[in-house]
Design a protein around this ligand. Sequence first.
Ligand code: EPZ
Length: 417
Amino acid sequence: MDKILIRGGKPLHGSVQVRGAKNAALPLMAAAILAEGPCTLHNVPCLHDIFSMDKLLTSMGMSVEFTGRYMTLDASSMNSYTASYDLVRKMRASFFVLGPLLAKFKKARVSLPGGCAIGTRPVDIHLKGLEALGAKICIEEGYVVADGELTGADFAMDFPSVGATENVMMAACRAKGVTRLSNVAREPEIADLARFLNAMGARISGAGTDLITIVGVDSLSGAEHVVVADRIEAGTFLIATMAAGGDVTVLNANADHLPTCIAKLREAGGEIEVHGARIRVRAPERPKAVDLTTQPYPGFATDLQAQIMAMLTVADGVSVIRETVFENRFMQVAELVRMGAQIDLDGNSAIVRGVPALSGAPVMASDLRASAALIIAGLAAKKGETAIARVYHIDRGYERIEERLASLGADIERVND
Ligand code: EPZ
């Protein structure tokens, strides 16, 4: 098992490229199931989660070629509508194949994804949405079995779930008639998926707002698409610079997709300049404490909560962080406390009392974004060495992060334990 070792206290300088968004590429790959011709995706990040989705689609007969950041997918050879438990359990985004399989085969059998470290993560909204389109759904031996012809309908979501919005929007593309989805997620990855589906011949409008209208079509063709930049990766590098100090420019980013994060980093004393696809951050001597609440987009992203908490552990003052999207997304707290952070939990709030400095320590990664928080804390630590175990969590969502941080001047390396 690999470990990442960090000797902190060194400011970051230079520029770093942002890759394509993991949380866009995964539903885009699932959408290729709907195409009656080959699809091509550019700017696909080279991540474990992408390989997992590749394996799942291939297990159903799709042909997938992935070299560099270029991926071709051809669903014409698909011969199964079953997504097996042993593949789905490894990556819950596999559940996004349900809607496309049902639309293509009029039947689908997809393992329930189960929970994960950050919460039980039910799929009730996905299922209610597909039932609204006329699907018959039952649960058999841990699998969701869905079948039926899909008919356009109006459906209001209990909560703006990203995955449910994507699953139901993909299914509705092939429903007979018009579907109006309200109270939907507005994350940029939803609009990216809609752009790809429309390039395939779908008729979607309103993606990115809280009302999406889909006029069903009889077939969808292959299409080409460039995956949108990863706003969470961009935000992670901006926050890391604020915590470690320095002056970093993030390239190929889209600042419009980080409105609340940029506002919070400015409130914490960061100087942030946006020039097209470049975001430059100059860190203050010491970040100021800020309060924040995670919310669906365009609110502060839950996927950046652990990272900014790591920054706030060394801020000047007391910060209150409220996590409202997931029920158990403070897994990083115990490990940050081992490094000298002062954090108290009160329900879904974390009270972070800034300390002058953290010190390095052996710590354990628990989930993708908590791992990023531990790396940021290691970079900020003014003494000692931080050894992060179970780094496979971080490889799910960040490409060779240690190499890229080292190129910014961090004293960081990956060792085989
Ligand atoms: C997507 O997960 C992202 N994953 C997550 O990123 C991200 O944290 C999340 O959206 C919120 O932005 C991908 O896009 C692959 P949700 P998703 O459905 O779709 C509840 C990362 O680190 N809910 O918006 O699973 C759910 O329990 C990952 O990159 C229901 O109750 O998130 C949660 O509390 C982690 N019923 C809340 O909604 C449902 O049917 C948000 O979940 C669906 C969701």
